[in-house]
Design a protein around this ligand. Structure first.
Ligand SMILES: Cc1cc2nc3c(=O)[nH]c(=O)nc-3n(C[C@H](O)[C@H](O)[C@H](O)COP(=O)(O)OP(=O)(O)OC[C@H]3O[C@@H](n4cnc5c(N)ncnc54)[C@H](O)[C@@H]3O)c2cc1C
Length: 394
């Protein structure tokens, strides 16, 4: 007798929580297991783009995005380090729809979790082992609990415990950069424009500001070259004085933001090469577990949202026995798209750090980059996933 798959998600970050929302919206039974004693996120922003917002809206979270986000508009721009204008930043998809929002990461996790029925998320569960046979998959947790499912989704981040069950262990790639991140309340920045995303590009570093929480705070990220000692630390408190020195002599608007920074976090930038395989039998990877990427296109979480929507679209159309084939179909449809974004993020990082000393050429590339963003934002994973599921059924 055929039955719908029961899904277990390991990891309650943005990727895992959205996937749970998408599965429930498609009528699929799901449980999320998160290692932390409570859900939460760091005090920093995340940029949410149309290719993710269309799925957030489809699962009933469009209002939450509008309520908690800060929409950025047509005055978003790239600037040279001295503040002179380079180019406008694309903020719409090809249809002209502007759904680009700055979001506080904690707000994002909160509304994703709040939209789930009670009892779906189990905190305090650190997955330590995975096994499967022809009929089901099993996850074991450090607290002694064991759960069974037809499909297990590893949404457990860049250091994924599930990943070695899919591909051989490998070290992430360090890119010689750390980012200093944090938030400044807007009342400490009188007159700061909260209707735009702004990036100051190079040389050798770049600085990004966008609003979050309906424009009451600004998120800043300073990307600077890292020495060996910084590399050792994945994520740690940073020294605001060191950060201020990194951008001395740049546009005074950056100095105005940094003058208000009391606390900052330092984040070493790692990614992985695109993976050839995302699934093994009844286990599939999603989000940073499958494709950690550099933040230079602001796409890590947005691609995780696309993953979750693709997975839910396919799994809702198969029975429990067909899960391994369904997860292979998910892998096939996501791999190429995400690899393009992962590699595009590397290229864009070099561009905004002005690795090319010819600034006229760099500026021309930034102007031309609008077309790439337009295509990136226009992509809709749902029709592609439906077609993949139909091909399975045929
Ligand atoms: C500087 C910087 C800026 C960024 N800016 C953007 C941006 O603007 N836009 C964007 O889209 N992306 C951005 N990203 C990327 C984005 O933050 C990540 O891609 C996204 O958060 C990944 O979500 P995830 O759920 O896959 O992983 P995570 O957020 O890492 O969540 C994984 C979860 O799994 C849990 N977990 C781990 N191991 C286990 C285990 N064994 N058992 C149970 N639970 C476990 C963790 O506690 C965590 O809650 C940025 C990243 C950086 C570093």
């Amino acid at each position: 007798m055929s039955s719908q798959p029961r899904v277990v998600i390991v990891g309650g970050g943005i990727g895992g929580l959205f996937a749970a929302n998408a599965l429930i919206a498609h009528g699929v039974s799901v449980a999320v297991y998160e290692q932390a004693p409570a859900l939460g996120e760091v005090g920093a922003g995340v940029y949410v783009t149309p290719n993710a917002v269309r799925h957030l809206a489809r699962v009933g979270l469009g209002d939450a995005v509008e309520r908690w986000g800060a929409r950025v508009g047509a005055d978003s721009c790239y600037l040279r380090h001295d503040g002179s204008f380079i180019a406008a930043v694309q903020v719409t998809d090809a249809s002209g729809w502007n759904a680009n929002f700055g979001m506080h990461r904690a707000d994002y996790v909160d509304f994703l979790a709040a939209h789930l029925p009670r009892g779906i998320v189990h905190t305090g569960h650190r997955a330590v082992a995975f096994e499967q046979d022809a009929h089901c998959a099993r996850v074991r947790f450090a607290n002694g609990a064991v759960v069974e499912a037809d499909a297990v989704v590893g949404a457990d981040g860049i250091h994924s415990e599930m990943r070695p069950h899919v591909v051989p262990p490998a070290r992430p790639v360090f890119h010689g950069t750390v980012s200093y991140r944090g938030l400044v309340p807007c009342e400490r920045l009188p007159g700061w424009p909260v209707d735009r995303w702004q990036m100051w590009a190079g040389p050798g570093r770049h600085f990004l500001v966008f609003p979050v929480r309906h424009g009451t705070m600004v998120n800043y990220v300073g990307f600077v070259p890292a020495d060996q000692e910084m590399k050792e630390s994945w994520s740690a408190p940073g020294d605001p004085e060191v950060l201020r020195r990194e951008f001395e002599g740049w546009d005074p608007r950056i100095g105005a933001v940094l003058a208000q920074v009391d606390r900052t976090f330092r984040w070493a930038l790692y990614d992985r090469d695109p993976m050839p395989t995302w699934a093994n039998g009844r286990l599939a990877l999603l989000g940073d577990a499958a494709h950690p990427m550099l933040p230079h296109l602001g796409q890590g979480a947005n691609q995780a949202i696309e993953d979750g929507m693709a997975l839910a679209t396919i799994l809702s159309r198969v029975d429990a026995q067909a899960v391994p084939a369904a997860l292979r179909a998910y892998e096939r449809l996501r791999r190429e798209r995400v690899a393009e974004v992962q590699l595009g993020a590397r290229r864009n990082g070099l561009r905004v750090d002005s690795a090319d000393a010819d600034l006229t050429r760099r500026d021309a590339e930034l102007v031309a980059h609008a077309e790439f963003r337009k295509q990136l934002y226009s992509y809709d994973v749902v029709p592609v996933a439906r077609a993949a599921a139909e091909a399975l059924a045929a």
